[in-house]
Write a protein that binds this ligand. Sequence first.
Ligand SMILES: [Zn+2]
Length: 248
Amino acid sequence: MTDRAALEFRLNELLEPGRFKDYGPNGLQVEGRAEVRHLACGVTASLALIDAAIAAGADAILVHHGLFWRGQDGRVTGWMKQRLARLLSADISLFAYHLPLDAHPTLGNNAQLGARFGWLADRRFGEQDLGFSAAMAPTDLGALAARLREVLGRGVTAVPGDGRPLRRVAWCTGGAQGYFEAAIAAGADVFITGEISEPQAHYARETGVAFIAAGHHATERYGVQGLGDQVAQDLGLSWQFIDVDNPA
Ligand SMILES: [Zn+2]
């Protein structure tokens, strides 16, 4: 058992959110009860996740995608009202860490995704060094896509480059298709992220560097589990990961 403030302190100590320029507030977003025994972790603070966490008897929820983002109009209506009402009436805290959780060198989304494939980053690239890159045993796009499908349990979108053997992989979880050009500049043979937009297929064909979109949700399931497990050990909590499937 611990208290909310100690949990927040430990999370901040591990992730150092002050080092990042982010799209929303990192840390405690909604304050619940002081005592914390059980922590529920998930990718996004959706109503389904909140309800499942309450049903599981959680005192706090830890997510990658919280409730508050730059550019929101600030009104507590519709889905925002529903989610906040549920959190507040259950007196359950919501902690959210966005870019600091992507970036953490061992616990984060990128590091934990890489670990599932045996990729240990020896280079970082892109804005705020969020992109990871590693050497790997040479492979081809078909084999790499098949491994991703198997580990992540979903289909992937793979755009071939020039067919060269893939010896250097670069990756950045979530909606990081905008990092493709930085990955190319950093010497990647293939770049993996969660989503694809229209331009990336052309860049792949024109630069020869292959591109794979493996799912925003699917690529971001692992950081919050690494972090949840770590703080649970540090503070003597029980914890669980709640997966709310998302086709995106
Ligand atoms: Zn994301």
